[in-house]
Design a protein around this ligand. Structure first.
Ligand code: FES
Ligand code: FE2
Length: 337
């Protein structure tokens, strides 16, 4: 059975990276070409010429059209022929590369994988903290050679920080705090509240030598996104799980490329010091380092899964968030038939 959930919006790239040049990425096994038209709006189509399947992304942009670089078939931004290889022939408008619903939101470009007639902007995952005048958001991309669900597991269980991220955000107290998992429909939330603990290496200095309260509230959002409310405040600030300031989210959008590879779009959104580009750059550099540490683990885990086909993943109580998220994904995949 496929591991891809269809009839969903997926991030195909950062909006800033997609211009009038050809931009190609595979989403859920489907190679897709995206580009901007002269008026800035987006076109997305299957990255395969309807003639002999040469990737259209190797082609030539002409106005808002794309000309295949093999025999010169020219397609409009809707993916359908506007000029045949023999130019005196009338264009056959039934010669088309599949086009995809595409839209721009939250700093990303999203494509709809599935039945185009069902594409509805209202079904976009709600990344509310990635836009709006009071928030700033930035991040990067990693290509990870693993099943996207391993990334969901990883982000819905941050216990791994103790070992994988020991020099930055890891600390032993992660192993001593209870986690609670809440499920509402397809939404899964894992909460970890660490009261009155020493700050991890990345936050030393913020509490003037004193202890902090630290929290991680991980929200799984279909089909493959994890938004994490993270925070650390001095104990004297008196924050609680129910009543804490929301200043910072870690954003994770995992777009399956193949069954065993993923485009991982990550970033951080915050609503403090929003006019401080140096802080934004610093945060991005730290995230790049931290998530780079995960890559090695995730790719080794994928290889190990493939070399041990007789073994199954085990689930401990720390895995409850990932397990519940996977259940939501597999239930939806079953329902899609
Ligand atoms: S392969 Fe594209 S025109 Fe022939
Ligand atoms: Fe990690």
């Amino acid at each position: 059975m496929t591991s891809f959930l269809r009839n969903q919006w997926y991030v195909i790239g950062w909006a800033r990276d997609i211009g009038t040049d050809c931009y190609a990425r595979t989403v859920c096994g489907e190679p897709i070409l995206v580009y901007r038209k002269a008026n800035g709006s987006l076109a997305a189509m299957r990255d395969a010429c309807p003639h002999r399947l040469l990737p259209l992304s190797m082609g030539l942009r002409e106005g808002d059209n794309i000309r295949c670089r093999y025999h010169g078939l020219m397609l409009g931004p809707d993916g359908c022929a506007v000029e045949m290889p023999i130019r005196t022939q009338a264009p056959n408008r039934s010669v088309c590369a599949q086009s995809y619903p595409v839209l721009e939101r939250y700093g990303f470009v999203w494509v709809w994988i599935g039945d185009a007639a069902r594409a509805d902007p209202a079904l976009l995952p709600d990344f509310w903290m990635c836009e709006g005048p009071d928030w700033v958001f930035d991040g990067g991309t990693y290509h990870v050679k693993c099943d996207y669900r391993l990334l969901v597991d990883n982000l819905m269980d941050l216990t791994h920080e103790t070992y994988v991220h020991a020099s930055t955000i890891g600390q032993g107290e992660l192993m001593e705090s209870e986690i609670t998992t809440h499920v509402e429909g397809n939404q899964v939330r894992v909460e970890r509240w660490m009261a009155n603990i020493p700050p991890a290496p990345a936050w030393r200095g913020m509490a003037e030598g004193g202890n902090v309260n630290r929290w991680q509230i991980c929200h799984f959002v279909m089909p493959s996104n994890v938004l994490i409310d993270v925070g650390v405040t001095p104990v004297s600030a008196g924050a609680t799980l129910e009543d804490h300031p929301i200043h910072s989210f870690v954003i994770n959008a995992m777009t399956p490329e193949t069954e065993t590879s993923t485009w991982y779009y990550w970033g951080a959104a915050r609503n403090v010091d929003i006019d401080d580009p140096e802080r934004t750059a610093r945060t991005k550099a730290i995230q790049a380092k931290v998530f780079g540490e995960d890559l090695e683990i995730l790719e080794a885990q994928q290889r190990s899964i493939e070399t041990n086909p007789d073994l199954k993943l085990a689930a401990f109580n720390i895995d409850s968030g990932g397990v519940r998220s996977r259940l939501a994904i597999s239930r939806a995949i079953r329902e899609q038939g």
